[in-house]
Design a protein around this ligand. Structure first.
Ligand code: DC
Length: 225
């Protein structure tokens, strides 16, 4: 048997703060970081560029297997797809909504499994997504499920977009978030659900710093057990 490489999984709905929290955890632990949502989003960009229909599962799965993705973190997090920087494109709402539809396709999820597991490298990994603790790394050492109310998540997203100079209605965002959550929860393939052995954190009334401290403490205490 090879060396055991520890994994922290952070699953939960869109806008709960997973990205910020997982990046901070990875940095403090000195471990690698997997943004699985960015992998699904990049696939959506590739599908748009190739002009494939959502019905073309075989075509989408083929792209999922062959696309070349590179994550860069210096000086800022960037995603490079087949040599092209697509960081701005993957963060749009249009991309997010298409991604959620593509992510519901079983063969596509299967095709991306290996790509995600390759991130498990010493000294450890923090994996952020929807099914990290349930499907991709079921043997993870520390599983966290991070959630917040739909209103609070829409409010945060609204603020984030406003800072980027994008003005969208809060009501529309709340509706879209609820719609996306429902699709992610109700899909038959790897639906968004809390792993039985996960630690639940509701960040609705917490600051990001409080969430990070809470997760780090929990990891530390679990480590000692
Ligand atoms: O976390 P995010 O908003 O970047 O994710 C975008 C979409 O991808 C979201 O609708 C759910 C899907 N996704 C998934 O199905 N499984 C993952 N591990 C990560 C994301």
């Amino acid at each position: 048997m090879g060396e055991h490489i520890p994994v922290v999984t952070l699953d939960g709905p869109a806008g709960a703060g997973k990205g910020t929290v997982s990046r901070a955890l990875a940095q403090r632990l000195g471990w690698r970081y997997l943004d699985s949502g960015a992998i699904y989003r990049s696939l959506a960009v590739a599908v748009m560029d190739e002009g494939l229909a959502l019905e073309d599962r075989a075509g989408i799965s083929a792209i999922a297997r062959t696309m070349e993705l590179r994550f860069e973190s210096d000086p800022s997090p960037r995603v490079i797809l087949n040599g092209r920087d697509i960081s701005d494109r993957i963060s749009s709402e249009t991309c997010g909504n298409l991604t959620s539809k593509i992510a519901a396709l079983g063969p596509v999820r299967q095709a991306l499994l290996q790509k995600q597991r390759e991130f498990r490298q010493p000294p450890g990994l923090v994996a952020d997504g929807r099914d990290m603790g349930t499907v991709v790394f079921p043997d993870a050492d520390y599983k966290i499920f991070l959630t917040a109310s739909a209103e609070e998540r829409a409010f945060r997203r609204h603020k984030q977009l406003k800072e980027k100079g994008i003005d969208v209605s809060l009501t529309r965002l709340t509706n879209e978030i609820e719609e996306r959550d429902q699709r992610d929860r109700e899909r038959s393939e790897a639906p968004l659900k809390m792993a039985d052995d996960a630690f639940l954190v509701d960040s609705s009334a917490m600051s990001i710093e409080q969430v990070i401290t809470c997760c780090l403490r929990w990891i530390e205490t679990s480590r000692l057990r």
